[in-house]
Design a binder for this molecule. Structure first.
Ligand code: F7E
Length: 329
């Protein structure tokens, strides 16, 4: 094995990209991150948080930029985390979501194949697949073998990326693995996602900075874990002798109402009903009602298990938001 190991991460400025970069740096990797566009403000943010990451400019929709980036980085491991990832947005921008979240995977796989050339063993590929692919879930809990029935343009795009990853593995013998990650959150989560939207609002309500919180469907259920735990599973997949697909989940499901209970309780509010309103514009055209994953394969093969439970996760996020909003009081 060559040392130091070199990794390229697409989507480096997102929640998972940041945690994964920190994990790989702690293991002695040289880490390259793909950043999109001119004067991207996230480049500055990345430099401030993790200055050791070597930033390269490219775009998942431009295969020639990916070939260039791969030839500069010379990675042993490629983590394809880049995507348009907000499900609600994907109905409004279905074509763009497909270009980035579906075809972007094909571009990255093809660029990686060309980079590897005749030595397919020189690089390993991780695809960030999603539990959103299960959509109208056909089985409870969901495993690697559960039929995919996506319910959003985002879910359809992720299903394409998942199957294309398997296809590159089977067609070219590429060490390409697909991690089917259920919802995973952290204080780094964007405020458009429901967990962070709730924890930020709860902190602001406690501090007197906000009066109410408008939400969509309160009955949806998700299997929520901690992003810091989940990036470790990505790395473990690429250390296996053989590539494969793995569900990464906690095996526990909670509703948005449970999320509200725990988040408001963390600031001493037991009845949240007077603070929460329902906004019908936040209801999705086709909802994924309930997801819960069975990660037994990851437990058995990767030796992976989640460390942070739902309560600790939500409390961690509320604490973080209380601290970062305090200066506004
Ligand atoms: O919604 C409901 C909403 O946007 C969760 C992404 O990381 O995980 C994430 O996708 C649930 C849905 O996450 C609001 O209808 C109610 O049922 O936090 P979310 P998501 O759609 O599950 C998967 C695994 C991914 O791969 C995605 O990239 O919460 N909900 N009221 C709401 N959701 C939002 N965002 N905002 C609300 O006001």
């Amino acid at each position: 094995m060559d040392f130091p190991r070199r990794a390229l991460i697409t989507g480096i400025t997102g929640q998972d990209g940041l945690y994964l970069a920190e994990l790989l740096l702690s293991k002695g990797y040289v880490v390259f991150g793909l950043v999109r566009g001119q004067s991207n403000p996230k480049r500055e943010l990345l430099h401030r948080i993790i200055p050791e990451v070597k930033v390269l400019t490219g775009d998942l929709t431009d295969v020639s930029s990916l070939i260039r980036v791969l030839s500069i980085a010379g990675p042993h491991e490629v983590y394809n985390l880049g995507a348009i990832s907000f499900v609600g947005y994907s109905w409004e921008n279905a074509a763009l979501t497909s270009d980035v979240t579906a075809l972007g995977v094909l571009n990255m796989l093809e660029a990686t194949r060309l980079y590897a050339g005749s030595d397919m063993g020189k690089v390993r590929f991780y695809q960030a697949s999603s539990s959103e692919m299960y959509g109208k879930a056909q089985e409870v809990p969901q495993t690697e073998r559960t039929l995919l029935w996506p319910r959003s343009p985002y879910g359809v795009a992720k299903a394409f990326g998942h199957h294309m990853t398997i296809n590159y593995r089977e067609s070219y013998g590429m060490h390409a693995s697909s991690g089917i990650l259920f919802n995973h959150e952290s204080p780094r989560r964007g405020p458009e996602f429901v967990t962070r939207k709730v924890t930020l609002a709860v902190a602001r309500i406690r501090l007197g900075l906000q009066e109410t919180l408008a939400l969509g469907n309160l009955d949806a259920r998700r299997d929520w874990g901690f992003a810091g735990d989940y990036v470790d599973a990505m790395w473990r997949m690429l250390q296996q002798p053989e590539p494969d697909d793995y569900v990464i989940a906690t095996g526990k499901s909670h509703s948005i109402r449970d999320l509200l209970d725990v988040a408001f309780a963390a600031v001493g509010i037991s009845d949240w009903s007077r603070y929460v309103t329902q906004d019908s514009t936040l209801i999705r055209p086709a909802e994924v009602e309930s997801l819960i994953g069975d990660a037994s394969k990851a437990h058995a093969t990767l030796g992976w298990k989640p460390e942070v439970d739902f309560r600790s996760l939500v409390s961690m996020m509320v604490e973080h938001d209380l601290a970062n909003q305090k200066h506004l009081v």
